[in-house]
Design a protein around this ligand. Structure first.
Ligand code: FES
Ligand code: FES
Length: 211
C-alpha cells in the first residue's frame, strides 16, 4: 500500500467518524428530554379573605402566601426580606395568628381570613399600634415595619389571651406585657436599623405599660 492509499483510507476514516458523531448529536437534538411530571405547573382555584375583601384566585400550587399578596393582589405593604423564615418582614395575621407568609403556600389558606398592614388601619384612621410606632420613632428605613407592626399587634393579643412563651418562669401564671415578654415574642422580627427599643416603647404604650 502506497502513501496515497494510506492517506485516502485515513481520510475516509475521519469522514466516517464525523458522520457517526453527527448522527449521535442529531439524534440527541431531535428528541427533547421529557419534562418530569413533578416539574409540570398545576393551577388550583383558591378563595382568600384579605383585609375583609374576598378574592377568588387561580394559582400555581407552588405560590407562597407572600407572593400571592404582593404579586397577585398587589398588597406590597408586606415585605420580602429573606424569603426563608428568618427575618419576619413578611409577617401577616391569619385567622388571628401571626405567621411568616414566605413559609406557607397560598393553597394552604383556602377560606382563611388574612390581615396585612393595609388592613390594620388607613392613613386617615391609623391602628393604635401604627400611631404608636410613629410617635415613638419605631422605624428608620421602614422596611421591617409592616411585619413589626403586624407582629406587635398579634403579640399583645397573644399575651391578652394568656398564650405562654419561653420568657415565662412559671407557665401556669398569666403572662404580662413586660419588656422581657415582648422582647422574647418579637424575637423573630429582625430590624437592620436597630429600632428595637423604640418599637418596645410603642408596644408598651399600646399595652398600657412602660417598657
Ligand atoms: S421574608 Fe419571610 S421571614 Fe424573611
Ligand atoms: S427600620 Fe430599617 S430594617 Fe427596621
Amino acid at each position: 500500500m502506497g502513501i496515497d492509499d494510506r492517506l485516502e483510507m485515513s481520510r475516509r476514516g475521519v469522514l466516517a467518524a464525523g458522520a457517526a458523531g453527527a448522527v449521535v448529536v442529531q439524534s440527541g437534538l431531535g428528541h427533547a428530554a421529557p419534562v418530569p411530571a413533578a416539574e409540570k405547573t398545576v393551577f388550583v382555584p383558591l378563595s382568600l379573605e384579605v383585609n375583609g375583601t374576598s378574592h377568588d384566585l387561580r394559582l400555581d400550587t407552588r405560590t407562597t402566601l407572600l407572593d400571592t399578596l404582593r404579586d397577585h393582589l398587589h398588597l406590597t405593604g408586606t415585605k420580602k426580606g429573606c424569603d426563608h423564615g428568618q427575618c419576619g418582614a413578611c409577617t401577616v395575621i391569619v385567622n388571628g395568628e401571626r405567621i411568616n407568609s414566605c413559609l406557607t403556600l397560598a393553597l394552604q389558606h383556602q377560606g382563611d381570613k388574612i390581615t396585612t398592614i393595609e388592613g390594620l388601619g388607613t392613613a386617615d384612621k391609623l391602628h393604635p399600634m401604627q400611631a404608636a410606632f410613629i410617635e415613638h420613632d419605631g422605624f428608620q428605613c421602614g422596611y421591617c415595619t409592616p411585619g413589626q407592626i403586624c407582629s406587635a399587634v398579634s403579640v399583645l393579643e397573644e399575651i391578652r389571651r394568656g398564650v405562654p412563651s419561653h420568657a415565662q418562669e412559671d407557665l401556669l401564671t398569666t403572662p404580662q406585657a413586660t419588656n422581657t415578654e415582648m422582647r422574647e415574642r418579637m424575637s423573630g422580627n429582625i430590624c437592620r436599623c436597630g429600632a428595637y427599643s423604640n418599637i418596645l416603647e410603642a408596644m408598651a404604650e399600646v399595652a398600657g405599660e412602660r417598657a
